[in-house]
Ligand binder design. Sequence first.
Ligand SMILES: [Zn+2]
Length: 299
Amino acid sequence: MTRETTLSSLASAMGLLMNTDAPPQWTAAVTRAAQLLAPDWDQQPSRPALGTLALALYTLASERQETPTEIPLDVLRGALDHQPVDGPDEFSREPAMLQKRIETVLKAEGHVAYEGFQPRESALWRLFRDLRHQWEPDEPMSDMPPGPSAMRDAVARIAESLAGLDDLHAELLPEAPKAVGPVTVTVTGYLRLVSYSGASGSSVPLRCSQCAAAEGNIVHVDGPDVTLICPSGHQFSSWQLSAAQVRSALRLCLPQGSDAPVSADIEGTVTVHGEFSVGRSDMPEGFNPVRGDWVRRHR
Ligand SMILES: [Zn+2]
């Protein structure tokens, strides 16, 4: 039996963009972006489009010292508009002007600070970094061009949604849904991080960074953030766990005494009895972490 693991509802996509402590201006940007994309969301749900539009609204609001809801549509369209240049250079087709504006605002507000080995990044900066990331081959001498960023497709998707809208109708749009709130997952067995590369896969228990406990850990998902607490109370985190993959994996679990799967949009607390397999954060959207999936995929 296959189950859908994508997080495609608008409430779910909104929830993954903001935690309970999100700055009000960011919450307003996500909410306005959701409102603008809502009319055709069910036909073409796109988390990158929601994230990109929210970042664009946030940036414009900061530049103009307005709220995200006050940004006129022509100003928004102007910021999103970019003329793709045909040519061998993949970078030339990226929405570079928009990226530069977002980067300037986020840096000025201190969302990223370079100190020591690892930059200190806010959730907004991590979102921006992921959206603008372009896949490049590991081989330094490779002739393969870098892939398109998620932001590049998102900009085209947003333009379609905004095409038929004017300011009057944009004001009359229904309210955005309420974003999905945090969930706390107690895992009685191992939490396994599942990944594959080429034809091989791995499934590794996640351990507490202080005492190496691998069973009975608690996973707290709040917006894009994931924190863990081991049975001895140590709090830790791991880049290998993402909120989207944890929520996707929950959909493969069955509540006791029921054969209806757990909703990915679940809020509050839930217990997973036994092992909990979660796709590693760098696995693709909708990756099925239950063993056998990557074997089948590459057979
Ligand atoms: Zn511990």
